[in-house]
Design a protein around this ligand. Structure first.
Ligand code: KDG
Ligand code: MG
Length: 405
């Protein structure tokens, strides 16, 4: 079944998304997500200029070979821009294979390992009181796991909080340049244990709680924070330190039994290899979109399963609903699935562009059985929401030093 056309769409129904559509000679099409927050147009150029011309006329069924061709064949193997582009092609081909087989993609992987996908939602707030109010609402909605993020008192902007914005927890909009935020490790370390103490006092221990440090601590600081949080029995602490130096996780591991999660910025299996093999982490957070597609992610899951490491795919608002649906299939299959990050059902604009259906019941996410991923993309609706240049914030310490955001 020959590939006839490859289209790349960039739209902004509330935030930017890059969507790939591959069309075969019989008119079957598949969708993939290539969104790389703040660097979207680099991926578009990679796809349009460097990938699409090579694939026209190739057999859409040869997913593994096409993946190897784009990854090894490029000579420049890894990197966020190229793996997001390859991922979208890979996803679109799996969607096509599912449609041609008249099966949901999870069936092609080996079938379901569970009835639904356990998700964790986000409870954010400007104060502890506000976070706990939102946590209470989510518990009433049936969530079994929730991530808590709270603004630091007297600090300009804290990761994960809304800062008065309604739809997305990060800053979004028509910004010519990245906004700047402020960071104080001392204020953070003194504040976060209190958030979890109050959460446990108010809601007990049945609800699973997690927290994203967003790579702002050093290994020894992270070790201390994880120790301070031990009484509150977190599901995991995410991105306690940056991942470039895997041994940072070894340091934390030696000091605490708070479970550790990382990997949303991993592009390949090799980024995760050392941490998994040494059992320094408990959850890998790599997304289908940023990890190069379903083809490498299923290998990552199988490898992680050898070391008791579970999958907890990244599900931030900057991953499109195509990625969410791909994760639904992956998570239903992966024997070592842990939990899926889930930020809710999207705005009316988003749902006008992407048509898909998921349902939350008792903390589990369900979808209808449809061939492929079970999602569609409305090209005409997308035209109403053109791309808007937008950046993630950058972070500075109180003395002005640039820090990890
Ligand atoms: O684009 C960056 C976001 O995806 C990231 O800040 C979200 O860390 C994140 C998370 O865990 O959702
Ligand atoms: Mg994160």
């Amino acid at each position: 079944m020959k590939i006839k056309d490859i289209k790349v769409f960039v739209c902004c129904p509330g935030r930017n998304f890059v969507t790939v559509k591959i069309i075969t000679e019989d008119g079957t099409y598949g969708l993939g997500d290539a969104t790389l927050n703040g660097r979207e147009m680099a991926v578009v150029a990679y796809l349009e200029e460097h990938i699409a011309p090579c694939l026209i006329g190739k057999d859409a069924h040869q997913i593994e070979d096409i993946w190897q061709y784009l990854y090894k064949g490029a000579y420049w193997q890894n990197g966020a821009v190229s793996t997001a582009a390859i991922a979208a092609i890979d996803m679109a081909l799996w969607d096509i294979k599912g449609k041609l087989a008249n099966m949901p993609v999870y069936q092609l992987l080996g079938g379901k390992s569970r009835k639904g996908v356990t998700v964790y939602g986000h409870a954010n707030g400007e104060t502890i009181e506000e976070v706990l109010k939102n946590l209470g609402t989510m518990i009433n909605e049936g969530y079994k796991a929730v991530r808590l993020q709270c603004a630091l008192p007297d600090t300009k902007g804290t990761y994960g909080t809304m800062e008065g914005k309604k739809n997305y927890y990060e800053l979004q909009g028509n910004r010519p340049l990245p906004p700047e935020q402020e960071w104080s490790t001392t204020k953070y370390m003194n504040f976060i244990p209190e958030l979890f103490k109050q959460a446990r006092e108010k809601f007990g221990y049945a609800i699973a709680l997690c927290h994203d440090v967003h790579s702002r601590l050093t290994p020894i600081e992270a070790s201390r924070l994880c120790k301070l949080l031990e009484p509150y029995k977190l599901l995991f602490i995410e991105d306690a330190v940056t991942t470039e130096n895997a041994e940072g996780y070894k340091v934390i591991r030696e000091h605490t039994d708070t479970p550790l999660a990382t990997g949303e910025k991993f592009n390949t299996l090799w980024d995760a290899k050392e941490m998994i093999q040494n059992q320094w982490i408990d959850y890998v957070r790599t997304a289908v979109t940023h990890g190069g597609g379903l083809t490498p992610l299923k290998k990552l899951a199988d490898f992680a399963s050898l070391y008791h490491v579970r999958m907890a795919p990244h599900g931030a608002p900057d991953l499109s609903p195509v990625c969410l649906m791909a994760h639904m299939h992956f998570n239903l299959w992966a024997p070592n699935f842990g939990v899926q990050e889930f930020v809710g059902f999207g705005t009316p604009e988003l749902n006008e562009v992407f048509q898909y259906k998921v349902e939350l019941k008792d903390g589990l996410l369900y979808m209808d059985d449809k061939p492929g991923w079970g999602i569609d993309f409305d090209e005409e609706a997308a035209k109403k929401y053109p791309y808007k240049r937008s950046y993630l914030p950058v972070n500075r310490l109180e003395d002005g030093t640039l820090w990890n955001w």
